[in-house]
Design a protein around this ligand. Sequence first.
Ligand SMILES: Nc1nc2c(c(=O)[nH]1)N[C@H]1C(S)=C(S)[C@@H](COP(=O)(O)OP(=O)(O)OC[C@H]3O[C@@H](n4cnc5c(N)ncnc54)[C@H](O)[C@@H]3O)O[C@H]1N2
Ligand code: MOO
Length: 388
Amino acid sequence: MVSIEEALRIIEDQKIDLESELKPLEEALGYALATNTAAPFDVPEFDNSAMDGYALCGLYQEYQLVGEVAAGDSNDISLKDGEAVRIFTGARVPKEATAVMMQEKTSVKENTLFLDEMPKAGQNIRKKGGQLIQGREVFEQGHILNPPSLALMGSLGMEKLEVVSKPTINIISTGNELVKPGQPKTEGQIYESNSYAISGALQQFGFQHHKKTQIKDDFEATKAGIKTALDSCDVLIISGGISVGDYDFVKQSLEENGVNELFYKVFQKPGKPLYFGRKENQFVFALPGNPASSLTCFYVYVLQLLQRLSGYENVGLTTYQFPIKHAYKNTFGRPSFLKAAVIDGQVEVLDGQGSSMIQSMAKGNALAFVDDGEALNEGDLVRCKLIS
Ligand SMILES: Nc1nc2c(c(=O)[nH]1)N[C@H]1C(S)=C(S)[C@@H](COP(=O)(O)OP(=O)(O)OC[C@H]3O[C@@H](n4cnc5c(N)ncnc54)[C@H](O)[C@@H]3O)O[C@H]1N2
Ligand code: MOO
């Protein structure tokens, strides 16, 4: 049995080879850049107007109007002192322009433009290179592509990006008692639900599973199912069958498939029988079958590895500290990740902390960490990971 810290360190210490691929912009969200990126040209590439209005040559309150420039126009109007052109947001500002005045502060009589106030030099002109200078670094390798990053790369004309590949993930659920939702079930059977939590949590963080299978509690079937799943994934996530019962065949089946144990059992609640192993460059998590245990282990351990395999530098859920709304003592005999709700900056530990209880986790939004035997008074700070 290892401590939570030891388990996390073992995951962190794994040597990992990253691979990269070209991704179209539309599919690159959430990927880490595999290379440094420099700006191929200045952004903006030319001085342009920040307003619909008039581009002015010289600083006066009255101008002679000599034409119009719309966004996308490439014609070059040259202005003389005391002249102005009608201009629109994003349109190229003539070289000689001193400022742009927004149209609400102007009036036009015949060909003469009158301003309500004196313009200021440079006003409402977005300067060439104001955001990025050609050749300078835009993003370092490892930058995670969020929506504004995609916009920026698009504005640099980049259609495909060299990104770190994400791992291929397979899911196996084990248990004779499990029936797929929508199918008839007999007494003693339950509907399979862990795989939906895992595939949902994968999607929540920009991953997706490749194949999902269900295996009976049978040694040969478990061994064969694991072998098949390992044929097509980088990370295998198994739920159930990892404890010490007579029908728990996962650990032995992993060994027989050449997977080396890196840790088994963590001193924590929920999720004590968590297993982590490796076979060359493939990783296996066997999550305890209890629904709250398997999902908690995903958030605390599996996510970290998936993000590292994707080239992320900062991995896992951030830990925040919130004052607790009520006194609480952890009497479970193990350090605990408690189902909790963070509301208005305060954390409430929810009823229904059993490892099989998923409804409290579904209604909450956080895992609150309380150490073994720790007694908290109202207002004490609690470390929380926000899960939704
Ligand atoms: N003698 C001991 N018994 C148990 C121990 C122990 O230390 N000694 N540990 C308990 C703890 S803690 C946990 S957690 C569970 C984990 O057991 P398994 O990983 O072997 O899980 P199962 O026995 O297969 O299932 C446990 C529980 O969860 C339900 N389950 C399983 N898979 C699913 C699924 N895909 N969807 C919905 N529900 C699922 C299953 O029906 C069981 O109720 O072991 C304790 N026992
Ligand atoms: O550790 Mo188990 O996950 O308490 O139920």
